[in-house]
Write a protein that binds this ligand. Structure first.
Ligand SMILES: Cc1cc2nc3c(=O)[nH]c(=O)nc-3n(C[C@H](O)[C@H](O)[C@H](O)COP(=O)(O)OP(=O)(O)OC[C@H]3O[C@@H](n4cnc5c(N)ncnc54)[C@H](O)[C@@H]3O)c2cc1C
Length: 250
């Protein structure tokens, strides 16, 4: 986190940039975390609201991406960007905590995209397997194909159950849910990558062609393992929680 925010009379002056922001340039409002006290580390970060059109706030080019191409991704650029004092969210120094808390709430949402993508890829694979005749029979009658579909369906169902269970727990207990929130992002998105890759496989050569939706689903699945914290980071969050819980209980 390199962008800075400096107090100046009744304003904050923001300088720096933010890379790869979803809906950058389209959205009217932006939550930006910037350093207000660099030497305080995480406690030196603060959160601000920025509006499209603020003086000194501009956008980079629309990025060309492997997938998620229906959503624009741009850099946010701040050059002596002046915003009113009351655009600070919460208190000075709470930016990191606000960011982590926001991720806790947002991660199961990414998991739910994984569930939808897995289900769509499974539906396409079943439809194709029923239509495609090889060696005189629809390929869905082949045990090898049925086993792939069985794994895809089981993993999709497990992802759905996890996302619903975690969302329900968060609704009931809004305190400490970083671990289960990370799980609800990790499992469904790794599943979406596996299931969409298997869907391409079941469609054979057509799976690789843009005429069929499977290849797009596979490209779109990849980002789910990267943004909102990579899946390595989700494993870190879960692992650190387990470590803390074990220390408390032993
Ligand atoms: C299409 C797209 C949209 C995005 N939208 C937004 C957005 O709207 N808002 C926003 O703030 N960001 C957004 N991002 C940024 C995104 O959240 C980051 O790219 C992502 O969190 C990974 O950070 P990084 O790219 O710096 O990877 P790096 O941190 O450089 O990671 C590189 C590799 O090292 C691994 N790694 C790094 N640190 C560790 C560690 N401690 N332990 C284990 N492995 C580690 C990572 O898992 C990864 O495999 C977007 C990115 C993309 C591509």
């Amino acid at each position: 986190m390199q962008a800075t925010a400096v107090e100046d009379g009744d304003s904050w002056i923001i300088n720096g940039s933010k890379q790869w922001i979803t809906s950058g340039g389209e959205a009217e409002l932006y939550t930006v975390i910037a350093m207000t006290d660099k030497n305080k580390g995480a406690r030196g970060a603060s959160a601000f609201i920025l509006e499209k059109g603020d003086d000194g706030f501009s956008f980079g080019k629309k990025e060309k991406k492997m997938g998620l191409r229906a959503s624009s991704t741009r850099e946010l650029i701040f050059r002596d960007c002046r915003i009113p004092k009351d655009r600070l969210i919460g208190k000075r120094g709470l930016g990191f905590i606000i960011a982590m808390r926001t991720l806790d709430y947002a991660r199961p949402g990414i998991g739910s995209i994984g569930v939808g993508l897995s289900q769509a890829a499974l539906d396409e694979a079943i439809k194709y397997a029923k239509e495609r005749i090889q060696f005189g029979q629809p390929i869905i009658t082949l045990q090898a194909i049925q086993h792939m579909l069985a794994d895809m369906a089981t993993q999709t169902e497990a992802s759905r159950a996890l996302v619903y269970a975690v969302a329900k727990t968060i609704d009931v207990n809004s305190k400490d849910f970083s671990k289960i929130s990370a799980m609800a992002k990790l499992f469904p998105t790794d599943t979406a990558m596996r299931v969409t890759t298997d869907a391409v496989q079941i469609l054979g050569g057509y799976g690789y062609m843009k005429d069929y939706p499977a290849e797009k689903m596979m490209r779109d699945a990849k980002i789910l393992q990267i943004y909102e914290g990579t899946n390595q980071i989700q494993r870190n969050v879960i692992g650190q929680s387990l470590h803390k819980e074990y220390a408390k209980n032993s």
